[in-house]
Design a protein around this ligand. Structure first.
Ligand SMILES: CC(C)(COP(=O)(O)OP(=O)(O)OC[C@H]1O[C@@H](n2cnc3c(N)ncnc32)[C@H](O)[C@@H]1O)[C@@H](O)C(=O)NCCC(=O)NCCS
Ligand SMILES: Nc1ncnc2c1ncn2[C@@H]1O[C@H](COP(=O)(O)OP(=O)(O)OP(=O)(O)O)[C@@H](O)[C@H]1O
Length: 202
């Protein structure tokens, strides 16, 4: 079987990546959730656990589980630490996606990968196409405060570690506006038609 078209779906915190990906899943497309995979690997992958402890100390884990609030507070205020954590976690997430893509050669030959940071890491270069989900910062902020019941300051510290939409849009093949006003489904359907055309050419 031909290898599936690999399509990266990204967007800033609260843009609605997962929301859009759930729609794609309902349509039958396989979606790999990088952030979720990263979470699972950080809890269970012995190599990652060892390297995280070596980097930040035993406090990084509590009762065998990643101490996320502890690590989040440190990492989102320290770009160097965050990039070291990324360097430990991302290669393993990439490996897991390669397996997923192979196993899910996919409905109409497309496999989606949802990832919060795709352009920032350069990982976008490994995809056949990229999709940026956008929404104004104020909308994203309100969504996440409501979804996670966390203070605005914590959402902003994550935003500060992500590129602005304008920078990402320059590199994205498709932009989906998920501002709560623009109709979402026609944009998704339009993207799928164009992806099918790209699939035929590759
Ligand atoms: C620092 C950690 C432990 C904080 O955990 P926490 O549960 O508070 O956040 P969570 O993982 O749910 O992420 C929440 C949001 O923060 C943003 N975010 C997460 N990781 C990153 C990152 N490395 N760079 C920029 N933004 C990020 C995303 O918008 C994400 O949706 C965690 O985010 C982490 O380990 N990140 C590094 C691994 C990673 O890059 N994961 C995501 C991409 S594969
Ligand atoms: N078009 C929409 N209509 C209604 N609610 C929406 C819409 N888009 C997103 N939301 C809601 O906003 C919140 C954030 O969306 P979602 O979790 O999909 O964002 P995300 O980009 O995956 O965020 P993160 O980077 O934090 O993982 C969720 O509670 C989601 O249900």
């Amino acid at each position: 079987m031909n290898s599936p078209l690999k399509v990266g779906i990204t967007g800033g915190i609260g843009a609605g990546k997962t929301f859009v990906c759930r729609v794609l899943e309902k349509m039958g497309y396989p979606v790999f959730y990088s952030d979720k995979e990263a979470k699972e690997l950080m809890n269970a992958h012995p190599g990652i656990v060892e390297e995280i402890i070596a980097l930040v100390g035993e406090q990084a884990y509590e009762d065998g589980e990643l101490n996320r609030p502890f690590l989040a507070e440190k990492a989102f205020e320290n770009k160097d630490l965050l990039s070291r954590i990324n360097a430990i976690v991302h290669p393993r997430v990439r490996e897991a996606f390669a397996d997923f893509a192979e196993q899910n050669a996919g409905f109409k030959g497309i496999v989606f990968n949802e990832a919060a940071i795709l352009f920032e890491t350069g990982a976008y270069k490994t995809f056949d196409a990229t999709v940026l989900i956008t929404a104004p910062e104020s909308v994203r902020l309100n969504r996440v405060v409501e979804r996670d019941t966390i203070p605005e300051s914590q959402v902003r510290s994550r935003m500060n570690n992500q590129w602005k939409d304008e920078e990402k849009a320059k590199l994205a093949d498709f932009v989906i506006h998920n501002d709560g006003t623009t109709m979402l489904l026609p944009q998704i359907e339009n993207m799928l038609i164009k992806l099918a055309e790209i699939g035929k050419r590759t």
